[in-house]
Each structure stands twice: as C-alpha cells, then as structure tokens.
Write a protein that binds this ligand. Structure first.
Ligand code: TPP
Ligand code: MG
Length: 597
C-alpha cells in the first residue's frame, strides 16, 4: 500500500527532528492514529496519550522549554481542538515553539453544520496568528509541515495545521507537480547569531560605564548565558535579580543574586531596584513596573532577541536586539571594571541577610505545617541535575523565594499566562525529555483537583519507560485556593469568601498508591525532612502530600500602604481566619526586625 497523507505527515515531522507527540485521539484524526500504528520501524514520532488535550499542549510547551526543540501536540476536531487552547496560549505567551495538529470533518461535509464541525481556522487565528492553515489538498502537506515548524521555531510561537479526516487518508503527495500554483519547500531551521551593531554596543557600554549602582534583571532569554551574565555582573559590580522564567539562568547560591522580583520576589531585589542608578535588563519581559526603578531614576539598557519586546517596561536609553550570550560577550571588552565595589558589597550583605530571614521564616510554627518548611527542606536536598516545575498558586511564591537552584538544574512554570494546571504535565514532559534526571513538581491542591490528579494516571501509565523513575509531585494540601484568597484580602480588601475559596479534601497520597505510585503524607513538621529523604530516594514516582497551613501569608517583599489598608479592611470585615492571620503575619514580619537579622 502506498503511503497516506497521515504517514507522510508523521514522516515529515520526523525529518524536523520531532520524536514525540503529545495528544488524544478522536475520529477526526483516525487517519493520523493509523499512521502512528503503522510506524513499526520506530522512525516516526512516538504518540504519548494524555488524559486531556490541554495537558498535551502543556507538555508540548514544556518539551520546548526543557529541550530548546519544537514541541508538538495533536487533537481531534471540534472538542479536542478546543481543549488544546489554554495550553497553546501558555506556549504562545511564554514564547515557546509549539505546533498543534488537529483534525477536521471531511472536506465534503464542511459548511454543512456537520457533527463536531467548528470553524477551527477562526478558533486558532489568535493563538496561532503567525500560521494556521487547513490542508485541502494532499499536495499541501509538505509545505504546511515545513512552514508550521519553521515559523514556530523562527518566531518562537504557536502554529497550527488543520487536516480534514479524508485528507489524512488520501494518498500522500510527497512532491507536488512542477507547475504553476504549487509550492516547493524544504525542512530545517537553525537559529541565527544575532548581535547588535558596534555603535549601539558602544552606546550601551557608555551608559553602563557611567553608572555607579548597576542593577541587572535577567529572564528566560538569559537561560543559556550564565557565564556571560556572571562576567558582566562582575565587571559592573552589579547584583542580579531574576524574573520567574529566568530562575535557572543563574544559580541562587551566588552571593550577588538577589533572586526573584515582583510580588513573589525578594527584599534584596526590591531594594536593589529602588537604589540603582542604572538598569541592565537581559531577556526578560517582567511586567510589573512598580518593582522596577521609577522613570528617570535610572538609565536603562535592554537586550532582547525579539525587537518587539524592547523598551516597553522601562524607558530604556539603549535597546539592543540580540542573543543574550552573544551580546553580553560583545559588550564585555567595552566595559570598565568598577573599582568601587561598595554597591555590590551592600547587595551581597542584603542577600545573605535575606537567606537568613528565609531560613527563619521556614522554621516558624504553623498549623500544622508551614509551607515554607516543605520548600526549605526540599531546597537543601535538591539532587544534582534536578528539573523543577511549579504550578500557579502559593507554590509559585515558595518556589520563587525558598528554592535555591544550583548550576545544572532547570525550572519552569507558566510565566506569562500564569495559568493553573501546568505543574504535573510539565513534569511529565520533563521526564520524557530527560528520563535520567530527577523531576519535582510543586503543585497546589486546587491545581491537583483541576487536572493534576488525572495526569497522575499518565505518570502511572508511562513510568516504566523512564530509566530513572524519580519524579515527585508535591501537593500542598491547604484545602484552599490560597493564592487568590490572599489576593482577595491584600488587593481587594475583601475577606476570604469561603464559598469560592475553600476546597474539599482529597487523599492525594492514597490515590497515588492506588495507581501504583509511592504515596507519602506528612502532617507533622518534624516529619518533613525525613519524608523528603524518602521521596527523593524512591524508585517509583511519588505523590508527596503535605498538609499545610493556609494562613501563612505569602508576604510581598515590600507591603505597600494600600495593601496594608486593604488587608486591615478585609480583616475588619469579618474574615473567618482573622485572628490566626494576624498571628501568622506578625510572626513572619517580626522575623525581619529581630536582632541578628
Ligand atoms: C486556569 C486558572 N484558573 C484560575 C486562576 C486563578 N488562580 C491563580 S492561583 C489560584 C489558586 C490556586 O490554588 P491551589 O492550586 O490550591 O494553590 P494554593 O494557592 O492554595 O497553594 C487561582 C484560583 C488561574 N491562574 N488559572
Ligand atoms: Mg490550595
């Protein structure tokens, strides 16, 4: 039998280096599933079956994040395609190259208000605005795959191909006829070297050399530029703050790394931004301007690979389009080493004090477990080469502040969309991409109930394929949608609304055990350390359920007057946990002022 379009589409994706496709079947893509089934030679991509298409899109996104390769997901027409959307937006907003391949009703039925017929081109037009096409003729397949892959990689974005099911089963056209109206494409893409012009580099160096107190802010664009960021920070006597997606860009054990910035950030990052006279931003689109210097306070230089992202967060004086590592390398010979190291020394003192404070905050009593203790004990034990994923929720606070990443580790979360749900699927994709590395997902009970519990089934299904099964899913069981509860209190000044915030309990660890995973449930702070030892030594994936206190406030690094006012009005308006909150918040804040801090 000659190859079908389905066969050829998968073969063409292999030519692009795609080894794995995350997806879920349906009759809209049976012509593609058949092609996977015929892949007896093992050359075609492997199909990884998830529980929900949104998870497939998260996994494709995480594959891109943890490998620098293209991520691919697949879903059936109508409902399957719709389910992909949130995960695809996560990839688009975090600038990850992901190709979505979805089915559609047969060409003959389109426009007939047919079963499961959805206008998919329109549906994907926003998320895949750089490229979304429907294959109406088998001769399109070659260039649709080539363009979807190349555009996703070149633009670091999401693209989509829609294939009606009858096209999937048609005979493949591997080379369109040489005549008017046909397209002749080829595969392959390598990122170019992008370096700014020399005169722009000199202008940037002039600004940086003139500064006395330089602050650096690095993001995910600097993930491959650790040596260069270190060298430039050294020359400039600068401290370095990290946006969340760039947490792995520099190890947290360097004395001048002030850590996270923003609401989830640290006090040293806040103080550095308040006090700097020069800002060098590298590969970050960190959005919250109140955490950056005030306009006019500092002179600014920004480096970004994407010209569209320049000069939108702070009125920069020099905007450089370039690769982070290459551009910093080109800047280095133009920079004078700052002789006065007092700014840097001040930052280092503040960073040391901050880590001290974090350690003390983790030890504070709570009912029953202080979530910071769980992160603190993990941080001390992180195995070499660990990959961490965090969900959106209070876990992201503790991930940002309490986890000390070392060189050689990776970490990510939904940085820009900040959606709930990616913690577990990101971890699964990390495990497929790096089966020898330990992976740890940090997830709230809300996110587990939203989808994480279901993806444990995917872990149970595939764990035997991973040479090293170390994969720990930490669940913060606080029976609360805690991050938002605190936002209600601190930003809106409302008391907690139990009707929207409280969550039913669920036996996460026990459920993990039912699936054949290891379950660990800790409700006593004295057992946390030993539980981590056990989890990290386990030979099977682990569900680590920690019963944590929802009244431990994820304090912003600097509480503004408005936030303090909002918080007090929330408490006065009858928050059900008022007295415990005041006690916890006082304990946390008092730590900053105790002698020896
Ligand atoms: C899909 C989606 N829905 C809602 C939100 C708003 N949101 C952000 S964090 C959060 C609470 C998360 O609760 P949980 O997972 O239990 O973590 P916790 O903060 O309690 O540790 C909510 C509802 C979101 N970011 N994404
Ligand atoms: Mg919760």
């Amino acid at each position: 039998m000659s190859d079908t379009v389905g066969d050829y589409l998968l073969d063409r994706l292999s030519t692009w280096g795609v080894k794995r496709i995350y997806g879920y079947p349906g009759d809209g893509i049976n012509g593609l599933m058949g092609a996977f089934e015929r892949s007896s030679n093992g050359k075609r991509p492997e199909f990884i079956q998830v529980r929900h298409e949104e998870m497939a899109a998260f996994m494709a996104c995480a594959h891109a994040k943890f490998t620098d390769e293209l991520g691919v997901c697949m879903a059936t027409s109508g409902p399957g395609a719709i389910h992909l959307l949130n995960g695809l937006y996560d990839a688009k907003l975090d600038h990850q190259p992901v190709v979505a391949i979805v089915g559609q009703q047969a060409r003959a039925g389109l426009g007939g208000n047919y079963q499961q017929e959805v206008d998919l081109t329109t549906l994907f037009k926003d998320v895949a605005n750089e490229f979304v096409q429907i294959a109406m003729d088998p001769a399109q397949i070659r260039h649709l795959v080539d363009r979807a892959c190349r555009i996703a990689l070149a633009e670091r974005t999401v693209t989509a191909i829609i294939v009606p099911n009858d096209v999937q089963e048609s005979e493949a056209v591997k080379q369109p006829p040489h005549k008017h109206g046909t397209v002749h494409s080829s595969p392959g893409y390598r990122r170019p070297r992008v370096i700014p012009h020399d005169d722009e580099l000199s202008r940037a160096a002039d600004v940086l050399n003139a500064g006395q107190r330089v602050a650096m802010l690095v993001g995910q664009g600097a993930l491959d530029a650790a040596d260069e960021v270190t060298a430039v920070a050294d020359l400039l006597g600068a401290g370095v703050a990290k946006a969340l997606l760039g947490k792995a860009a520099l190890p947290d054990d360097l004395p001048y790394v002030t850590g996270a910035i923003g609401l989830l950030g640290t006090k040293p990052s806040w103080d550095m931004m308040q006090g700097c006279d020069t800002l060098l931003m590298v590969g970050s689109s960190f959005p919250y301007s109140e955490f950056l210097p005030e306009e006019g306070q500092a002179r600014g230089v920004q480096i970004d690979i994407d010209g569209r992202m320049l000069g939108i967060r702070y009125p920069m004086e020099v905007n450089l389009v370039g690769d982070a590592a290459e551009t910093l390398r080109a800047l280095m010979p133009l920079l004078n080493r700052k002789q006065d190291r007092s700014w840097r020394e001040k930052i280092e003192r503040e960073v040391a004090e901050w880590w001290n404070l974090i350690e003390h905050r983790a030890q504070l009593e709570a009912e029953p477990i202080n979530p910071q203790l769980v992160f603190h004990e993990l941080s001390k034990r992180l195995p070499d080469g660990a990959i961490l994923t965090s969900d959106s929720g209070s876990a992201a606070n503790w991930f940002a502040r309490d986890i000390k990443l070392r060189s050689g580790m990776m970490a990510s979360l939904s940085g820009t969309l900040a959606t709930m749900g990616p913690g577990v699927p990101y971890a699964i994709a990390a495990k497929f991409a790096h089966p020898h590395r330990p992976v740890i997902a940090l997830v709230g009970d809300g996110a587990m109930q939203m989808n994480g519990i279901n993806e444990l089934i995917t872990i149970a299904k595939y764990r035997h394929q991973w040479a090293d099964q170390r994969l720990v899913v930490l669940v913060l069981n606080n029976r609360d949608l805690n991050q938002v509860t605190w936002e209600q209190r601190a930003m809106s000044g409302d008391p907690k609304f139990p009707g929207s915030q409280e969550l039913p309990d669920f036996p996460y660890a026990q459920y993990g055990e039912m699936l054949g995973l290891e379950g660990i449930r800790v409700s006593d702070p004295d057992e946390v350390a030993a539980a981590w030892d056990r989890a990290l030594a386990a030979e099977r994936p682990v569900v680590f359920e920690a019963i944590t206190d929802p009244e431990v406030p994820p304090l912003p690094p600097h509480i503004t007057l408005e936030q303090a006012k909002a918080m007090s009005s929330a408490l006065l308006a009858g928050d059900p946990s008022a007295s415990r909150i005041v006690k916890q918040a006082f304990r946390q804040k008092a730590e900053e002022f105790l002698p020896g801090r």
